[in-house]
Design a binder for this molecule. Sequence first.
Ligand code: GLC
Length: 421
Amino acid sequence: MRQEWFDRARFGMFVHFGLYSGAARHEWVQNYERLTDEDYRQYFEHFDPDLFDAAALARTAKETGMGYVVLTTKHHDGFCLWDSKLTDYTSVANTGRDLVREYVEALRAEGLKVGLYHSVIDWHHPDFTVDWNHPRRDDEGAAELNVGRDMAAYRAYLHGQVRELLTDYGDIDYLFFDFTYPEEKDGWAGKGPDDWDATALLALCRELQPNMLVNDRLGIPADFVTSEQYQPTSPIVRDGVPLTWEACQTLNGSWGYHRDNTDQKSPTMLVQMLVDSVSMGGNMLLNIGPDGRGAIAPRDAQTLGEIGEWMRLHRGAVVGAGYAAFTPPREGVYTRSGNRLYLSLFSWPMGFVHLPELAGKVSYTRLLNDGSWLETSVSDPEREAELMTPAGEAEGTLTVHLPVRRPDVLVPVIELTLTGQ
Ligand code: GLC
């Protein structure tokens, strides 16, 4: 079961770090601003990750309740965070540091699973052809730029670099390739699985790291699907078969450090997204973009700290939990782990929450944050609700009695122990 640890962990950290972190205005800056290699070069020359502390990063992930971390080895700009022998466009060339090595060692020391992100797109490589996603697409006579570019040579480079990453850094648990866009646009071709020789690349992954999970962005199916910056509304199923899936999410809409972007999601919203994902049998990969010096930005550290405090008390509702085949009440979502059913409440109702189908199926009910017992009752479905007596709920409904004051946590969770399950 290759993905057993993944299903259990449910919550991981994505880390986007590279030259764009110093540019500090989105990891697509080179593309958005149509920057030439020469324009972009200053970020290479001045790359100075003096505060990139892999041990602190790993500790933060662990304290946030995450089970794995996924670091960008190379993003679309082509800059490599490891000691690649196939290019001098690396962090070793400008800082003497192999950041991927620092990272994998730090993760293992914390007992976290090791994930890598690798862009199959490369705007720096001279053989990577210009297409509708390329920063050079609007140049005068841009089509001419492809004369002499040789995707076969780029493919050899791509496969060679993946081989390095999967050979020289010990066991890798997870690989996130990014991404495929086969459709034509604005008179340009896109790039599809054949451009990467996706089949051979996946075979290489299987050969070098047989236990590693691989995502679906080579354009061919692999081990899990990756919804990006949106939440599905039900478990993801294809041809009747439930898929392993992970939603990747940002803190402010940008993956790379974006100094002036203040579109920060609240910790409450993020916890809701996390339990929502788990309730549909999925994972959440939450991104941070370390700043130009490699530090976790204070606003992100604050958010992770609050999520970590929630996870300290509510871990059971997430880690090792998954989809529950009961209809949740309108106030929240269910997750389930063995005989424990967890109700995460997105709104706090007055006095009672009514749970369809659960009468007679629950032996004990408590608030998870402080372990305080909650009274339950089953009302008579024949009776009308009247005056001060709740009634009239559907047959089989279990009513949980709640304190008026909502517990002071980001998302309150009620834990129900199921009988005879
Ligand atoms: C995208 C973007 C990218 C980001 C990634 C994360 O496809 O191109 O910048 O790294 O998604 O999922």
